[in-house]
Design a protein around this ligand. Structure first.
Ligand code: P6P
Length: 344
């Protein structure tokens, strides 16, 4: 008889998921993934504690500079990056990583053991919002490596379509710290109880609501938009009771916060292509693809406007893409808007 007063910890939940996987497939879980996810959770807890101090650090005038003791105080995104790299390196479950903060791939070499996963992450997305106390987040994606177990990982282990991901998720540092992840069997949210230092299951099997009541985009960029983007945004905000009309606007300017709100309440986020260059701002490997994987398994969808984000084969680690993500019908309507423009 389970003791329900304890709540479901992340570790317990992952083990339950693995037992269900074992029943489905007959494969006995090795426990590697649950250990890896727990290490990501440890990094999230460490970063959360530092993020929550950031405001104080600023008051003391030490953020990002040399503090009163003459010590170099790391910028928070460097701190977050170093924390994740070191924890994953020591985990023994990662053979190679790529980070938004580091140009080259980060290989795991002796004395650490190169494990069977390849990780891409944005250690602290939206970090420019820290000084104004806006929610920010860590985004991660996990591929099972292709090379021989124990051999060094390679860039090829990372440059794979999001559809092949083993897992993806994010940690959002907001009014509370939450970890949201999926392995393809439901999207599950855990809220950090700082009094015990545990992530406890708070949002089991998240499904993006049917109604897409919100659009989220930086309308300050509208001069760079294509005609189809302008047409789409004008349509969704026009008065009306249609499923894709009369939407309210919400834009935080922090991808994880905007995505998480839409996941919980329904909505569509757009960082569309620049009409002049055809390029987007957000990164494929550690922003668009992991969030697209989460969106898919919560019943949503993500596209560049031209193709599914999860189908894209990355050409390089820090590749940028346009991103339209959220309620499936809202994203597909954007794709139709783009197709209509191409056909005229
Ligand atoms: P803009 C934050 O800098 C970020 O990378 C994402 O978190 C966010 O969605 C986007 O850029 C905001 O960009 O051009 O609207 O300020």
């Amino acid at each position: 008889m389970e003791n329900s007063q304890i709540g479901t910890t992340l570790t317990h939940h992952v083990l339950l998921q693995q037992r269900q996987h074992a029943k489905r497939t007959g494969e006995q879980p090795a426990g590697d993934f649950s250990e890896l996810l727990n290490q990501i959770a440890v990094a999230g807890k460490i970063i959360s504690a530092e993020v929550n101090m950031a405001g104080l650090a600023d008051i003391l005038g030490v953020a990002g500079r040399t503090n009163v003791q003459g010590e170099e105080v790391m910028k928070l995104d460097d701190f977050a990056n170093n924390t994740i790299v070191e924890i994953l390196r020591r985990s023994g479950h990662v053979c190679i990583m790529t980070s938004e903060e580091v140009d080259d791939p980060i290989e795991v070499r002796e004395p650490h053991f190169p494990g069977k996963y390849a990780i891409a992450f944005d250690p602290l997305d939206g970090s420019s919002n820290i000084d104004v106390n806006v929610s920010i987040g860590t985004i991660f994606s996990i591929h099972r490596r292709r090379g021989e177990y124990g051999s060094p990982g390679s860039e090829a282990d990372l440059l794979r379509p999001g559809a092949e991901l083993a897992a993806a998720g994010y940690v959002i540092y907001g009014s509370s710290t939450m970890l949201v992840y999926t392995t393809g069997h439901g999207v599950h949210g855990f809220t950090l109880d700082p009094s015990v230092g545990e992530f406890l299951l708070s949002h089991e099997n998240i499904r993006i609501p049917e109604k897409c009541g919100t659009y989220s985009t930086n309308e300050g960029n509208s001069s760079t938009w294509t005609a189809s983007t302008r047409h789409y945004v004008d349509a969704v905000k026009s008065p009306g009771d249609g499923p894709l009309e009369g939407m309210r606007s919400r834009y935080i300017g922090s991808l994880v916060a905007d995505f998480h709100r839409n996941l919980i309440k329904g909505g569509v986020f757009l960082y569309p292509a620049d009409a002049a260059t055809g390029k987007g701002k957000l990164r494929l490997l550690y922003e668009a693809a992991p969030l697209a994987f989460v969106a898919k398994h919560a019943g949503g969808y993500a596209s560049t406007g031209y193709e599914s984000i999860l189908d894209m084969k990355p050409s390089e680690l820090h590749q940028r893409v346009p991103l339209i993500i959220g309620n499936r019908d809202a994203v597909e309507a954007y794709e139709r808007s783009v197709a209509d423009e191409k056909s005229t």
